[in-house]
Design a protein around this ligand. Structure first.
Ligand SMILES: [Zn+2]
Length: 292
């Protein structure tokens, strides 16, 4: 049996839900113009984005990895929240038992859920693991050497950095940001790379929330319910009684859903305000609530 697609039925469920767990992937921020990591926007120059997001890649070529992240930081700092973010933020205001998780590396997703456990692009930390973390660093560019990643270009022109035919600007490792604490390590983006463990304290906090009681609804936005880490939380939420609702333009994201779950195909920025309307009121195109 395929999942349900009725907005009316979903609104009833949101209305009656006390504890809601939301997991937001890169698809939520795509409408804000932020490139997703995988999929069509997954190539950066000729590199798979995922191949640049590892400690090994940083070890081998810290300047290249820093350029990649300096560019992502620049995009994140420039982007504005979309209606999907606003809708989640409004839902968080109305529902005390709302917890939103994201690994999105942009401040917009963090804005969306006041009480979300999140991993942020804007932290830098010591690659030597001396423990130093520079929280919420808003410098753009991160340092003068990374300026080529923070240029604004007209939409019809390609930033030279993104053109694989233009050589990468030469950057000396000495000119990359260094750790002020141990004085020996390079600073690296504070994101969790492939092959690294998520922050333990954060995960514990989420686990405590999850086991506290029945979960009414699990929202999976802009990522696939069957892919980790969403898959693990989806399973736990189901075990605690939750119906799962997936919002994604890609129909394959609905894989594994049952007839008591929901699937809404499309852009979260369009769909979330409609889905939550019964709780948050009507939202205009700018993300303002016009009628509640
Ligand atoms: Zn250090």
């Amino acid at each position: 049996m395929p999942p349900r697609t009725s907005v009316a039925e979903f609104r009833e469920l949101v209305n009656s839900s006390t504890r809601i767990l939301a997991l937001c992937g890169a698809g939520l921020s795509a409408a804000s113009g932020l490139p997703t990591f995988r999929g069509a926007g997954g190539l950066w120059r000729n590199h798979e984005s995922t191949s640049l997001a590892t400690p090994e890649a940083f070890e081998a070529d810290p300047a290249l990895v820093w350029l990649f992240y300096a560019w992502r930081r620049h995009m994140a700092l420039r982007a504005r929240p979309n209606r999907g973010h606003y809708a989640l933020a409004e839902l968080a205001k109305k529902k005390d038992g709302f917890l939103c998780l994201t690994q999105n590396v942009d401040g917009e997703s963090r804005f969306a859920a006041r009480r979300m456990a999140c991993i942020v692009l804007l932290d830098n930390k010591c690659f030597n693991e001396c423990g130093y973390v520079d929280h919420n660093n808003l410098d753009d560019p991160v340092c003068p050497a990374l300026a080529p990643a923070a240029e604004d270009y007209p939409p019809d022109k390609t930033l030279p950095l993104l053109d694989p035919n233009v050589p990468v600007p030469p950057i000396n490792v000495e000119d990359l940001p260094h750790c002020p604490n141990c004085k020996t390590g390079l600073l690296r983006p504070g994101v969790v790379w492939f092959g690294e463990a998520l922050d333990e304290a954060m995960l514990r906090e989420v686990d405590v929330w999850v086991v506290r009681g029945k979960i009414d609804l699990m929202l999976v936005v802009g990522t696939a319910a069957a892919v980790y880490p969403a898959a693990g939380y989806t399973r736990q939420a189901k075990r605690r009684g939750a119906a799962v609702a997936v919002v994604n333009p890609d129909p394959s994201a609905a894989e594994g859903l049952s007839s008591r779950d929901f699937f809404f195909q499309g852009d979260a920025a369009e769909i979330l305000p409609q889905l939550f309307e019964g709780v948050i009121g009507k939202m205009d195109q700018n993300g303002q609530i016009i009628e509640s």
